[in-house]
Design a protein around this ligand. Sequence first.
Ligand code: 5GP
Length: 239
Amino acid sequence: MTPGEASAPGRAWNAGGPLVLVGPSGAGKTTIAKRLVRSRPTQFVLSVSATTRAPRAGERNGREYQFVSQSEFEAMIEGRWLAEWARVHGCYYGTPLRNLTADRCGGRTPVLDIDVQGARQVAERVQGAIQVFVLPPGPEQWLRRLTRRGTETPEEIARRLRTSLAELDAAASFERVVVNRELDQAVADVLAAAGSAIAGSAVAAAVKSLCRRLRDGARTEIVRLQTATAAAPASGAGT
Ligand code: 5GP
């Protein structure tokens, strides 16, 4: 395949298979991806997604995301410039195909931090993709991580938790699952899981039980947030 073919719209191509990190919002995928790339810059490269979500404070266009308008994103879909895309928490997110090309990666493995819908598309379309599902270690730590950022309103956090319920249902279908208790260990576990031929059916029962606890925690928090929001005096924000 020539470089020209490799970057042609609509054609999924990869240099040895991307590493795909999947999991609910707040599991720590982005932090793991960044640490992986920072610690092994000659081996991994971050795939910067396109999104219609507004930038958070401190985020820079082209670094965390390529921030685009809805019409720009729809033109990317139409032009078949995306390897995968999905609507997540009410916004569009997608992986530009060029992030997976040899030109862009220069022999390194692209690391994708995407949602379950996108991961399914990558599994179908991109040869050799390795998917690792990342879970938070428990509901308390998860909810702390989700709220610590301080960038989402209670309504947005509740929305992310609702989306997470479906993501957690999908965890059992992934062969490689890593529980993110501590960053360095999680990075090592991702590398080990990615390198293993098939993964941990032995941990399936523990993973299912953790997912159950996370779902219960998410449901309780959603109710708490809804009750708190309903009880709060209207501020006019977010309308
Ligand atoms: P956030 O808004 O917190 O940065 O990301 C929200 C969710 O969108 C996360 O679960 C993240 O993994 C997912 N996401 C980020 N980029 C992409 C992408 O390119 N494609 C898909 N399908 N999901 C993405």
